[in-house]
Design a binder for this molecule. Structure first.
Ligand SMILES: *[C@@H]1O[C@H](CO)[C@@H](O)[C@H](O)[C@H]1NC(C)=O
Length: 312
């Protein structure tokens, strides 16, 4: 072990196979980042200041938008820097920090999405007890529990991965420090390490996913049993936005992490990761503000107020 040279920095390969595309990608990502930040800030501000949107559903949605702001800020600014440089390097500590925050926000999002489906389950299936059980304190506790889960998984996973021996090569075939391209760089026999990493990832992804499936199973059977078409429509409209966001997030996450090792190709994984790191964070505010009448109305109301205020 003593004469092993250890890696002190990593080279992020990113887009260097496509030098002619770099400028175009830079502009596209910059625009996407700008609109993601803008959209999510509009949602956070609207929910904070609107008097109608003070329900548990919007409390969690505000937290989700805040989470998306953090999540995209871990990866996209780094991608933009690496697109504007000929060669992008990141220190060992920098890489560990990035993985830590990526996991913190990603795992918290998994759990927060399942908390949101539990909220919909309570509202639709047990409406008489809803306001009594989903009080302010419970909401804060549930979202705090999601953050705690994210924190624990991220701390454990990052510590575990960065204690493995990295002795070169140090080239990360990805846009940022992600688990799979890092595991490839661990020297020696990494089979059991990979098994552990994948087992934890599986539990972290599957546990909230099963909670979401169970919630929606109950929600859908309850909705189908409703007599009037109008109440059926009303109940469904309150959870359709969430269902779309869940499908997008879990669809891409499961496709990336829950595949057998033999079908991995870092090159395709790299492009797939753009879905959950760049595309879904911008879709959340779009889905919620375009499909949800209450949010749309509140954004208009706030916009008008600000417009009138700046006029005087
Ligand atoms: C999100 O939830 C956590 C934990 O309850 C809370 O501390 C934080 O202020 C919330 N953030 C927003 C923007 O609602």
């Amino acid at each position: 072990m003593a004469n092993e040279t250890s890696v002190t920095e990593f080279i992020i390969l990113g887009f260097s196979k496509l030098p002619e595309m770099k400028f175009l990608l830079f502009v596209v990502f910059l625009c996407l980042y700008f609109f993601t930040i803008l959209g999510n800030i509009v949602i956070v501000v609207t929910i904070t200041f609107d008097t109608i949107l003070q329900t548990p559903m919007y409390f969690f949605l505000r937290n989700l938008s805040f989470l998306e702001l953090c999540f995209t800020s871990v990866t996209i600014p780094n991608m933009l820097v690496s697109l504007s440089l000929a060669e992008s390097r990141i220190s060992f500590i920098g890489c560990a920090t990035q993985l830590y925050f990526f996991l913190l926000f990603g795992v918290t999002e998994c759990f927060l999405l399942s908390v949101m489906s539990y909220d919909r389950y309570m509202a639709i299936c047990i409406p008489l007890r809803y306001t009594a059980t989903m009080d302010k304190r419970t909401c804060v506790r549930l979202s705090a529990a999601s953050w705690l889960a994210g924190f624990l998984v991220a701390a454990g996973h990052t510590t575990f991965i960065f204690n493995l021996p990295f002795c070169g090569p140090n080239i990360i075939n990805h846009f940022f420090c992600e688990i799979q391209p890092l595991m490839v760089l661990v020297c020696g026999n990494t089979y059991w390490n990979e098994v552990q990493v994948i087992a934890v990832a599986g539990v972290v992804l599957m546990l909230p996913f099963i909670l979401i499936l169970v919630s929606y199973f109950h929600i859908i059977t309850t909705i189908l049993k409703m007599r009037s078409a109008q109440s059926r429509h009303k109940a469904f409209s309150t959870c359709s936005s969430h269902l779309m966001v869940v499908t997008l997030f879990y669809g891409t996450a499961l496709f990336t992490y829950a595949r057998p090792k033999s079908s991995y190709s870092l090159d395709t994984d790299k492009w797939l990761s753009l879905f959950y790191s760049v595309i879904t964070p911008i879709l959340n505010p779009i889905i919620y503000s375009l499909r949800n009448k209450e949010v749309k109305g509140a954004i208009w109301k706030l916009g008008t107020k600000i417009f009138l205020m700046t006029k005087d």
